[in-house]
Design a protein. Structure first.
Length: 488
């Protein structure tokens, strides 16, 4: 399969969204599985909505996901350019080929005339497609009018008597479309720009694409594109149309369902490998039981035969669960690497400070890994460990510190901890566990008072490990600062 050539061709009219990301993942995995070539092509033929910023965002998202491409922007290749806006010469040459074989003709019908014809056809219950008005023009007359500068489009001359268009979709099986239902569709607009169905085919043919793996919203384009491939005399690639992704309500995934762009998930603390894993499962399965797999396992096992036909449902909660699994199973050193940018962005770590504090951070990592589903949850969870002073929440103060015995608990805890010589979690725990019995109080009451004093809240990371990370001096300072708030 080393001769496999696939492409992902996003339009830079927005950021990379979940549906496009899944398509990119499947193309990438298919190419990597067979040792083929994965091409990134930017379909930027919409001059009003395509922007360099959107292109940069798409490339950034692809790289973050780990989907490296063999040919395309920033990489190059011998089949470029890889931006449609730079491929005008290819479209012009392809149109000349179609003209020479009498497979295309100029159409001088105005938009108003075409709309009027469609309205009449609808009113009469007849065929509402293009009535092929200009197809029968004398070629010499058509050439004269075009040369004189009369506005015109170029249409494909769908062969008369062409039988059904039949192709074997690698996901959906054999599909049949009636050629008789297709009008002579536009290839090149009156302003000289190519339509999607023309540009896409010219690019796929020129780049030697062997498999077109894309969303099923393009299924209706396929019969037209097959006709263009045939007219150009180019090999027709294998088509594989992926089912749509739905929200939990059964409707097509959109912004109303929450985050939908790749970079939104990144900014919310989802790991790239978890997102790739989850999106791969939206329509494909490794087997009947495996939920979690690496990129290498995805590549080793990916085939189009295991891609399902039914729509997939995007479940944010399942993605979060999967992300939590990845976080828990990540080695401490690797998790620290993921944590550092969040800590620096929050101002808890200065630039360059992470390496100096790495042993401390690697002690922190296992404490947070069991409690996070997204990296976004990290900063609120650990802020009290970094700040010199903590502010006690009013609810925590009323619930814990203003209860009888809280002051005595803080005093006794401070005395016990001051005597700890080896400031480690085990020694801290041993010392503090003697306090409740000595005071005649329940352990929960004593430990909650200490927790609120050092963290400012009733819910925090494990107490003894937290105290070890805070340090002896700061722990005693916080117990002292909270003492005036506590009831006797």
């Amino acid at each position: 399969m080393s001769d496999v050539r696939v492409r992902f061709a996003p339009s830079p009219t927005g950021h990379l969204h979940i549906g496009g990301a899944r398509t990119a993942i499947y193309n990438w995995a298919f190419a990597r599985h067979g040792g083929g070539t994965f091409i990134l092509r930017v379909d930027d033929t919409d001059p009003e909505r395509s922007t360099p910023e959107n292109t940069a965002a798409i490339l950034r998202a692809m790289r973050w996901l780990g989907l490296d491409w063999d040919e395309g922007p920033e990489v190059g290749g011998d089949r470029g350019p890889y931006f449609q806006a730079q491929r005008a010469a290819s479209y012009a040459q392809a149109l000349e080929t179609l003209k020479a074989s009498d497979a295309a003709y100029p159409c001088f019908c105005s938009a108003e005339r075409l709309e009027a014809a469609r309205e009449r056809a609808r009113a009469e219950g007849g065929y509402a497609g293009y009535p092929r008005t200009c197809r029968s023009l004398d070629p010499a007359e058509a050439r004269r009018r075009a040369d004189a500068g009369e506005p015109h489009t170029w249409r494909l001359k769908v062969p008369e008597g062409r039988g059904d268009i039949v192709f074997d979709d690698a996901v959906r099986g054999e599909l049949t479309f009636s050629a008789a239902s297709l009008d002579d569709f536009v290839l090149v607009r009156s302003d000289g720009t190519p339509t999607y169905n023309f540009a896409s085919v010219v690019d796929d043919a020129g780049m030697g694409i062997t498999h077109v793996i894309r969303g099923d919203d393009h299924l209706s384009n396929t019969p037209r594109q097959i006709l263009v491939f045939e007219a150009l005399g180019s090999p027709i690639p294998v088509f594989a149309h992926l089912s749509m992704i739905l929200g939990a309500d059964g409707k097509r995934l959109s912004k109303r369902h929450g985050a939908t762009s790749v970079e939104q998930f990144r900014d919310e603390g989802i790991l790239a490998e978890a997102l790739v894993n989850y999106l791969a499962l939206l329509g494909w399965s490794l087997d009947d039981r495996t939920t979690i797999f690496t990129r290498d396992e995805l590549v080793a096992n990916f085939t189009l035969e295991r891609v399902g036909r039914n729509p997939a449902v995007f479940d944010p909660e399942k993605l979060e669960w999967l992300d939590g699994v990845y976080i828990r199973e990540m080695p401490a050193a690797d998790l620290v690497d993921r944590m550092v940018p969040w800590l620096e962005a929050a101002g808890l770590l200065a630039s360059g400070e992470a390496e100096q504090r790495r042993p401390w951070l690697e002690e922190l990592a296992p404490l947070v890994s069991e409690r996070m589903k997204r990296l976004e949850e990290l900063v609120p969870m650990v802020r009290f460990l970094f700040e010199s002073r903590v502010s006690v929440e009013e609810a925590a103060r009323a619930k814990v510190l203003e209860k009888e015995g809280a002051g005595r608990s803080l005093d006794a805890a401070a005395g016990a901890l001051a005597a700890v010589s080896s400031w480690e979690a085990s020694a801290i725990e041993e010392s503090l566990r003697r306090v409740p019995e000595a005071l005649g109080l329940k352990p929960k009451a004593v430990f909650q008072a200490v927790r609120v004093a050092v963290s400012g809240t009733t819910v925090s990371l494990p107490l003894f490990e937290s105290l070890a990370l805070i340090g002896k001096e700061r722990t005693l300072e916080r117990l002292g600062a909270a003492r005036p708030m506590a009831a006797e």
